[in-house]
Design a protein around this ligand. Structure first.
Ligand code: ADP
Ligand code: MG
Length: 385
């Protein structure tokens, strides 16, 4: 974690005054429950111990000056004229959140913000949500308002959807806002109710970035969503009360699968079984049954590979390498697919062997060095100073 004193010194060096507050919001990883969110199902993410930090101080005027250490750039805008940045993308994450706060009639003054982060950017660990939630929280602390938890998550998601123009779900912002130390969150994407599920202290969640990201991810994502939409339409002819695939049980698949063309049927089979696996995995974790949890992770991966067809050879290789290490309970693709990262549950005593063996095996077979992060479940957004 970046040293808070160093962050404050950077702020002082940049803005010539000490910051008044320092806020932290974490990145996240999804342990299980992939492509279930837009089907109104369940997901089981946790906040990780990598985070975005915002040091901040109010200004007497209506101006925002925002410096990102990662981009080594400053953005400046006026509260009464918040528009999309003409050239750069990153300022829009900040501008969108401030605009969202104003739209909720919160009286704001200007501020100086310094952003820094140790969440890898663009690796699927949601540096974007960490940034939005940290900025939203910091600006509210400066202005004595308290739109927190779910409301802050929805505001941050709204900024990303409508101001940045990325159609993300609510999971990332939800975890950045509400993550809990030592816990994952079982989130019901239909009504946003959630339950913290403890993660035992003697395991680590390890994220392996394949370093491969395919351009077809967005179009394939839209295609998968369309298949789910088609399935609901077809199933409704016999099941009028069904509004999303979340309403279909695994046993219903046998009975009503004849309504679906084969290519849609296998997509639906992933979503429906994945939803059940996520509930089963949460129950296994609650019972501290890590073996059962790991098996569900492995089954989840198989389903994403064979039925949802969103894995890649590199991701499959990372999973195979992981499972060959004694002490690894389970391994699976995490995130939308077509590259990206795997998530692995590993007993504490095997962490070193895991990172060495997976890195060496992946490099030998692909020529690429995977980025490997050993993570612990951490707290959602909060104030450090
Ligand atoms: P992910 O959320 O998986 O890391 P995204 O593409 O959704 O990837 O979001 C990454 C974008 O979020 C960056 O390109 C940048 O615009 C913005 N961002 C994330 N972290 C920072 C940061 N520390 N400073 C400025 N912008 C950031
Ligand atoms: Mg993102």
């Amino acid at each position: 974690m970046p040293d808070p004193h160093a962050i404050c010194s950077d702020f002082s060096a940049h803005f010539a005054l000490r910051p008044r507050i320092l806020v932290r919001a974490p990145g996240r990883v999804n342990l299980i429950g992939e492509h279930t969110d837009y089907n109104e199902g369940f997901v089981l993410p946790m906040a990780i111990d990598r985070a975005t930090f915002v040091a901040a101080r109010s200004r007497p005027d209506q101006t925002f000056r925002v410096y990102s250490a990662q981009f080594a750039q400053e953005d400046e805008f006026h509260l009464q004229r918040i528009e999309r940045h003409p050239d750069a993308a990153w300022p829009n994450y900040v501008r969108g959140v401030i605009k969202g706060l104003l739209a909720r009639d919160l009286p704001l003054t200007g501020a100086d913000l310094l952003i820094t982060s140790d969440v890898p950017i663009g690796s699927g660990l949601s540096s974007s949500a960490a940034l939005e939630v940290a900025v939203g929280y910091a600006v509210q602390v400066l202005n004595n308002s308290n739109l927190l938890g779910e409301e802050l998550a929805l505001l941050a998601q709204g900024a990303e959807n409508s101001f940045v123009g990325v159609q993300c779900g609510i999971m990332d912002q939800f975890v950045a806002a509400l993550g809990r130390k030592h816990h994952a969150l079982l989130i019901d994407c239909r009504d946003l109710s959630y339950r913290p599920i403890p993660i035992p202290p003697d395991v680590r969640v390890i994220i392996c970035d394949s370093g491969v990201h395919h351009d077809l991810a967005t179009s394939a994502y839209n295609e998968r969503r369309a298949a789910c939409h088609t399935a609901v339409r077809l199933l409704k002819t016999r099941l009028p009360r069904l509004t999303a695939l979340r309403d279909l049980r695994v046993s219903d698949l046998e009975v009503h699968g004849d309504l679906l063309p084969p290519d849609v049927y296998i997509r639906v089979r992933h979503v429906v079984t994945e939803n059940q696996r996520t509930l089963d995995a949460a129950a296994a974790l609650e019972a501290a049954d890590l073996v059962a949890f790991g098996q569900l992770m492995n089954q989840s991966h198989q389903s994403m590979r064979d039925d949802y067809a969103i894995s890649t050879p590199e991701i499959d290789l990372l999973c195979d390498l992981a499972r060959s290490v004694p002490g690894c309970y389970g391994a699976r693709l995490t995130g939308g697919g077509f590259g990206g990262s795997t998530v692995n549950l590993v007993t504490l005593s095997a962490v070193e062997a895991f990172t060495q063996q997976v890195a060496a095996g992946y490099q030998t077979q692909t020529g690429r060095v995977p980025q490997i992060l050993v993570c612990r479940p951490s707290e959602g957004v909060g104030r450090l100073m």
